[in-house]
Design a protein around this ligand. Structure first.
Ligand code: MSP
Length: 658
């Protein structure tokens, strides 16, 4: 039996809209960790899922005209939904929980009742500020500039009969957990939690854990009308998914307490304070580690699909490949800090690290093995310690340095160590100039074989350790360098010289093609523009003018039917058409109109239009305009569209409109 076990979780996602690349951040990181632990030989449980209750979902379902269950089913399981996204991102979760799963609902009801029975949940009345999108209640003092401290949006007054959880009772134990253990990381988040929520004015407040203002939640079975607060419902997913208080699963003993909960910084509060307090109330062991990672912003702004940002994981992975995307997320930003996602940085990272460094090393090495030895390296190899040792010792010591960072969830540093070896190996190619050695194969064959073998071994060790990050690409690299199962293991990453002497190397496809930055950015800009347009309302009508105009004033405007005798473009103007009009007076009237984008002059000749004829004449591009043609105006996909008002041709020129 394997006694090395590892239980890791992501937050469970709100299926309230489409997920963007920022949402993938926690899950990709947890996936890398799960794969890394499996590589080390651990029996891993990797849990993710969806958090499906709450007012926000109920409201959105109503807007969409479906039941809340239909609404969430559609986002979770439908094509393009959450499950699809995790498949796309190659997320190797072992279990997926939905908080609407019957077993979870049953467990939550039992947990709520037990906390009520042990006196930690009591009935009271809630008066406070409520942030609807975050489904969070706040006290006045917690608001920032009168707004929700999490999302910055407006809060509303709320009062209702509710159940409360005696969080205050656990304040000392939670403070102790945060200050005197390594439970919460990075450390920088600890003081924020303690100062803002425990050692704040009034101390840790009891938490409102039921709602009566909506129904889409786990019903409190002993008090109809109340549903369990989403956060209590959601947090316990980490245990119900193992079988806590249900018969669906039986993995609690094996995997609880969790080894790591990964969460974004804005939900650290729930996980660092209330979650341990809930567990203390139920007398349950606490998770070993909570890691609050930073946020990915987009061009310095909050990421959101609705802004037309190019942050759709489907689009990005189609253009660059899933591995490139996974790699970018963890290579470009320290996990604990905020990062600024830009398309430039993404392309730069792919070009520098994957195309230039890794891709080049693999393709040069395999190409030379094919070219000089037909893909089969000879057993006779001639070492040269002076030239070889620094590469070999750097590569052979890599696993230990990598492990050190991975254990602390410092993914960026772990990757940095790998890329130091890759860069060193590329330099080793230049130092040894295999192409020069190849000029005299008889004399230099064994030395050339040694150079290529050392390169292949460097590639192999790096690839073993890159596997959790870019699993598909690593599979392809292993195949190209002829690494069998033995040469792909965790142990093998510490053993230099594991590739068998008779390996068969084949230069395969170029794994990471270089991207033309300028061309790519302009294509992305075009996509962004399109997305922005698509997000605009189809048709928009000018707002109506509320102020009344008196009848006499209105009658002062002289509208007439006019017939187009001639029409032409005005020279040097993209916009203006010059009309010669019959207005019934016997004298031609000239009007200029900025309508050239919508009509060709010839198609207007003979038409009967409407003009206001008593505006003072004015000059446009040096020509006099004696009035204005009337158009209908609306906005279509953000662009103004004009239609000249045309009336029945039987209406004579000069007829007055009134
Ligand atoms: N349902 C809650 C979690 C309950 S866990 C018991 C929730 N869901 S969420 O869908 O809003 O967020 C899921 C995860 O995505 C969170 O860890 C959140 O921090 C993360 N991210 C969402 N946008 C993000 C970025 N732009 N950048 C990085 N991660 C962010 O919260």
């Amino acid at each position: 039996m394997n006694d090395k076990k590892f239980y890791i979780t992501t937050p469970i996602y709100y299926p309230s809209g489409k997920l963007h690349i920022g949402h993938s951040y926690t899950t990709v990181a947890a996936d890398v960790m799960a794969r890394y632990k499996r590589l080390q030989g651990y029996d891993v449980m990797f849990l993710t899922g969806t958090d499906e209750h709450g007012q926000k979902i109920e409201d959105k379902a109503r807007e969409a005209g479906v039941t809340p269950q239909e609404f969430v089913d559609n986002i979770v399981a439908a094509p393009g939904g959450v499950l699809d996204l995790w498949k796309l991102m190659n997320i190797s979760y072992d279990r997926f929980i939905r908080t609407t799963d019957a077993y979870h609902v049953e467990s939550i009801q039992k947990i709520f009742k037990q906390m009520y029975d042990n006196g930690d949940i009591y009935k009271g009345s809630y008066k406070g500020k409520y942030c609807k999108p975050c489904e969070s209640f706040w006290t006045e003092s917690q608001l920032v500039d009168g707004k929700c401290p999490d999302c910055g949006r407006e809060v509303m007054d709320a009062e209702e009969e509710a159940y409360f959880f005696r969080a205050s009772k656990y304040a000392d134990r939670v403070r102790d957990l945060l200050l005197n253990t390594d439970f919460l990381e990075p450390k920088s988040r600890v003081h924020e939690m303690v100062n803002n929520f425990i050692d704040c004015e009034g101390g840790l407040q009891d938490l409102c854990v039921s709602r009566t203002s909506f129904t889409w939640g786990v019903p409190v079975d002993f008090d109809p009308g109340h549903v369990v607060y989403v956060w209590l419902d959601a947090l316990f997913n980490y245990m119900t998914a193992l079988g806590y208080q249900n018969d669906q699963y039986h993995d609690l003993e094996k995997f609880w307490p969790a080894d790591a909960h990964f969460v974004g910084k804005e939900i650290v509060r729930f996980h660092a304070i209330y979650w341990p307090a809930f567990l203390m109330s139920m007398d349950l062991p606490l998770p070993k580690k909570l890691y609050g990672h930073g946020w990915l912003n987009f061009n310095g702004d909050k990421m959101s699909k609705s802004k037309g940002n190019v942050v759709d994981p489907h689009l990005l992975s189609q253009r660059y490949g899933v591995d490139a995307l996974r790699f970018f997320l963890l290579r470009s930003f320290p996990f604990g800090s905020d990062g600024n996602f830009t398309n430039e940085l993404l392309i730069q990272t792919i070009n520098n690290d994957l195309a230039n460094d890794l891709g080049n090393l693999v393709s040069r090495t395999t190409a030379m093995a094919e070219k000089y030895f037909g893909g089969k390296l000879p057993e006779a190899r001639q070492a040269n310690p002076e030239l070889d040792d620094s590469l070999i010792s750097l590569a052979a010591g890599l696993r230990a340095r990598y492990e050190d960072h991975m254990e602390k969830f410092q993914f960026q540093n772990a990757l940095e160590e790998i890329f130091k070896v890759i860069q060193r190996a590329n330099k080793y190619i230049d130092e040894n100039a295999p192409w020069a050695l190849a000029k005299d194969m008889e004399a230099n064959g064994p030395r050339l074989a040694a150079v290529l073998y050392n390169l292949l071994e460097s590639v192999r060790v790096c690839t073993v350790l890159l596997t959790p990050f870019i699993p598909d690409s690593c599979g392809k690299i292993f195949a190209q360098i002829g690494a069998d199962e033995n040469a792909r293991t965790w142990d093998s990453a510490e053993q230099w010289g594991l590739l068998p002497g008779n390996i068969c190397v084949t230069k395969g496809e170029n794994l990471f093609p270089r991207i033309d930055m300028a061309k790519e950015l302009s294509e992305l800009d075009a996509i962004m523009e399109e997305a922005k347009k698509a997000a605009l309302p189809e048709l928009e009508v000018e707002p109506f003018i509320e102020e009344h105009v008196d009848f006499d004033t209105f009658c002062k405007s002289d509208f007439r039917a006019v017939k187009v005798k001639a029409c032409e473009n005005v020279r040097k103007s993209d916009k203006l058409l010059k009309f010669t009009l019959d207005d019934g007076t016997g004298t031609d009237r000239q009007i200029l109109s900025g309508i050239a984008m919508y009509y060709k002059p010839e198609e207007l000749v003979g038409k009967t239009l409407v003009a206001i004829v008593n505006l003072p004449p004015r000059k446009m591009m040096g020509r006099e305009s004696q009035g204005m043609l009337i158009s209908a105006v609306h906005t279509e996909k953000g662009e103004e569209v004009l239609h000249l008002l045309m009336v029945d041709d039987t209406i004579p020129a000069g007829a007055k409109l009134c």
